[in-house]
Design a protein around this ligand. Structure first.
Ligand code: CO
Length: 461
């Protein structure tokens, strides 16, 4: 019987896509031992925006969260998403920090690290991948899926081969915008299966309504692992439902390895939480709906809504269609970057500026400049020479890899923090998010002092 494995995403991607990663640890702690018995291939629970949101919004130490999940799920493979040389932050870090961060992630409980780079520049994946392998983690080498004249089946298959050579244990096709169609999935999975010997993972979102069909065709083409979310946290901008795919695939003769009764318990647990998030407005109904605009405009849903709010703020909604026409042109000029963070913002803002200023590339953001300098990596196709000239003037693009120009920062960060940092993990949190981490450390200390006061006061009276 053909086996299809499931990665459950409720704790990370579903949480991130539907409720902006606002799920506090305490709300899901009690279900972890049950989830541990479900039979998932892995549980995606960390990385992506989880780290940032724990520190910034939830007053939680992300490292403590990871250790707690580990403690309550001793039998599961815990998975994280890592943005290559960006780690979980928004800029490139020196190799020293990348290695330490990966080592600490594994030490605190991570088993599977899915590593991607928005530009598919493998130099931004290599250091993290090598360190993860050294520390005994499973590396899932991810391909950022996008559509453009240079993102061909052959190019993706070649990329998969290179990830295999780098030591990846699985290849993940990451369709972050949910725009991969069933036909495209069939063709791509077939090509990658022919090019590498590794298991292939497919990750997509329901945003445009294609995902269930896309998974089914991918499975027909031999995909080994799919990402799904427990049904009450599925659909819309999240992943397809775990129980639905389990039900359909079992009927088709696939072994999913999943325990139906446990899947039901997991969903029953999260349902009231989901209802609370709807009631308090954290989960907006439109996040759960199907939106096919991304298929028409070839622009991811999130980017489209950013464009709308940007234009509304400048009272320029009458220019919306012009900006939509300009966006793919800017993307082409810049060598077809996949429209994911931070490239989606970069391209969107530039397109809007080109239209609103009445002159192309009159205003250039510092992000576009850094991109043209090569600080994000190599563009998928050459940047148009006339645009490069306009953006950089006499400045020359970087030769080599940007991270090689970054000096180590760990020791100086440690000294800056002095006794505020209680561990190397604290120092890493600070390196990634300096102000946010400082505020978190101060609040952590204040909270502890308060607890001490409360425990002392009854005795004093
Ligand atoms: Co995703």
């Amino acid at each position: 019987m053909k086996r299809v494995f499931f990665t459950e995403t409720v704790l990370r991607d579903a949480n991130q896509s539907l409720i902006a990663t606002r799920l506090p640890y305490k709300q899901f702690e009690d279900i972890l031992p049950t989830m541990d018995k479900a039979g998932y291939y892995s549980v995606e629970c960390w990385g992506g925006a989880v780290f940032d949101c724990c520190l910034r919004f939830l007053g939680e130490d992300p490292w403590v969260r990871l250790r707690n999940i580990r403690k309550h799920m001793p039998n599961s493979k815990l998975q994280m998403l890592l943005r290559g040389q960006n780690l979980l932050g928004y800029k490139h870090y020196p190799d020293e920090i990348v290695k330490m961060f990966v080592a600490k992630s594994v030490e605190n409980g991570i088993n599977v690290i899915r590593i991607f780079d928005a530009l598919n520049d493998l130099r931004n994946i290599e250091v993290a991948a090598k360190e993860a392998i050294k520390r005994g983690a499973i590396v899932s080498g991810a391909i950022s899926y996008t559509q453009s004249p240079v993102h061909t089946i052959e190019a993706f298959a070649k990329l998969a081969k290179e990830l295999e050579n780098m030591g990846a244990s699985t290849i993940c096709i990451k369709d972050m915008a949910g725009v991969m169609s069933p036909a495209e999935a069939y063709e791509l999975v077939t090509a990658i299966k022919n090019s590498v010997k590794l298991p292939v993972v497919l990750h997509t979102h329901c945003t445009t309504g294609l995902a269930f069909m896309t998974y089914l065709k991918a499975i027909e083409a031999g995909v080994d692992v799919i990402d799904t979310a427990t049904s009450c946290f599925s659909g819309g901008t999240s992943q397809p439902a775990t129980e639905t795919l389990n039900y359909a695939l079992k009927q088709l003769g696939y072994d999913t390895g999943l325990d139906d009764s446990i899947l039901k318990k997991v969903n029953d647990y999260f349902k009231p939480l989901r209802d609370n998030y709807i009631a308090d407005g954290t989960l907006m109904p439109k996040m759960m709906a199907t939106d096919t605009d991304a298929l028409n405009y070839k622009i991811p849903g999130g980017m489209l809504s950013n464009l709308v709010s940007q234009l509304k703020a400048q009272n320029a909604m009458d220019k919306f269609e012009d900006v939509l026409t300009e966006t793919p042109k800017v993307r082409e000029d810049l060598g077809y970057p996949p429209l994911v963070t931070p490239m989606s913002q970069m391209v969107g803002v530039q397109a809007a500026s080109n239209v609103l200023m009445g002159e192309r590339y009159k205003n250039i953001s510092k992000e576009v400049k850094a991109y043209c300098l090569g600080e994000y990596g190599t563009a998928p196709a050459p940047i148009k020479p006339e645009v490069l000239q306009k953006v950089l003037g006499n400045e020359k693009p970087l030769q080599g890899r940007y991270a090689d120009s970054l000096a180590p920062v760990f020791e100086s960060a440690k000294q800056e923090l002095a006794d505020v940092a209680r561990s190397d993990e604290d120092v890493l949190s600070y390196v990634l998010f300096p102000q946010v981490a400082e505020k978190f450390f101060a609040e952590r200390k204040a909270k502890e002092e308060k607890i001490v006061r409360y425990t002392i006061s009854p005795v004093e009276k």
